[in-house]
Design a protein around this ligand. Structure first.
Ligand SMILES: Cc1cc2nc3c(=O)[nH]c(=O)nc-3n(C[C@H](O)[C@H](O)[C@H](O)COP(=O)(O)O)c2cc1C
Length: 317
């Protein structure tokens, strides 16, 4: 079908198509050069950047289960200055839009990273990672009472989510996306906090908590004992959460969790997503975006839909 419209908007940011590569599964884009077609990717979300460089958690940090992947990478990254010096110049040359994922261990750290990167015109948007499951053990201090066993992911708490989002909103007029955890009892409460605090979009889901144990050695497979679970197995749970947020909160959603095919991506758009994110699938097949985009085009043609945005939230009973 000619004149198919695939462009979508997240705040001020217009993507040529709704497919983004999820943080932590596409490096800083450069590493995937030659393995993917950047034209088929609406935007690349970088690995989460923190103020200081981080070596990440002890190995092993990835364990493949029967139907998904457990990771406990723990935000390994070159830190803010390392990112600016070594990664950003290469990222700038790639023919793809860039969203930088920002993490931290205090609101002050998030602020410092956003403030510094806000000056850079090659960065189109920030995805604020309030949802990493691998960095909460004993090292997080963002206002949660000092109870080592009760450390929280920031987006498990609606007040903290509101505080972080509204504070960072004041620092940038670039598109501000907040990525939240699925590990809450009512995800709509967290999504409302993100919207009310002024974010342009919300990104869900990050990984679910999970673990696996080697019965012979009686040891957990991951060096950090537990990790974040992703991949095909989480798709129904992710889809449900996206549908819940889309049905209750009026904010553009970058949705993902288990997407491997065009049909998977379309399910999330029908549930109410504006854009979709590809994570674990990139680890197996870095060219996945191209294949998925071509499947979406075929679907739209077959259903005589000229604009992808017409499909958003059209799931019915
Ligand atoms: C190896 C690995 C590393 C990840 N690192 C990050 C990260 O640094 N920041 C982040 O926000 N999400 C990170 N994620 C989560 C993904 O971006 C994505 O939200 C999650 O894996 C669910 O999507 P999927 O099932 O398509 O993988 C990581 C996931 C994996 C598998």
């Amino acid at each position: 079908m000619r004149g198919l419209k695939l462009k979508v908007k997240l705040g001020k940011l217009e993507l040529n198509n709704p497919i983004v590569c999820a943080s932590g599964t596409f490096g800083f884009g450069e590493e995937l050069k030659g393995l993917c077609d950047f034209k088929s990717i609406g935007a690349v979300i970088t690995k989460t950047i923190t103020l200081d460089p981080r070596p990440g958690n002890p190995p092993p940090r990835i364990y493949e289960t029967e139907c998904g992947v457990l990771n406990s990478v723990g935000l390994e990254n070159p830190g803010l200055e390392g990112f600016i010096k070594d990664k950003l110049p290469k990222l700038k040359k790639l023919p793809v839009k860039t969203i930088v994922s920002v993490g931290g261990f205090s609101l002050q750290e998030y602020r410092q990273v956003v403030e510094r990167l806000n000056e850079r015109s090659e960065i189109m948007a920030f995805e604020i990672n309030l949802s990493c499951p691998n960095v909460i053990k004993g090292e997080f201090s963002c206002g949660v009472p000092e109870q080592p066993r009760l450390k929280k992911i920031i987006s498990q708490d609606k007040e903290l989510t509101y505080k972080f989002t509204s504070d960072l909103r004041k620092l940038t007029s670039k598109t501000l996306i907040v990525k939240i955890t699925p590990e809450v009892s009512d995800i709509t409460e967290i999504a409302k906090a993100v919207k009310n605090a002024g974010a342009d979009a919300i990104s869900l889901v990050n990984t679910f908590f999970g673990m696996a144990i080697n019965v012979e050695t009686k040891k957990p497979y991951l060096g950090n004992i537990y990790g974040g679970y992703s991949g095909k197995a989480i798709k129904p749970m992710s889809l449900y959460r996206v549908w819940r947020v889309a049905s209750n909160v009026d904010i553009p959603i970058i949705a993902g969790g288990g997407i491997e095919t065009a049909a998977d991506a379309l399910e999330f758009i029908l549930a109410g997503a504006t854009a979709v994110s590809l994570g674990t699938v990139n680890l197996v097949y870095p060219g996945a975006a191209g294949k998925i985009l071509s499947g979406i085009r075929q679907y739209l043609s077959r259903h005589k839909i000229s604009d992808i945005n017409e499909l958003k939230g059209k799931a019915n009973r």
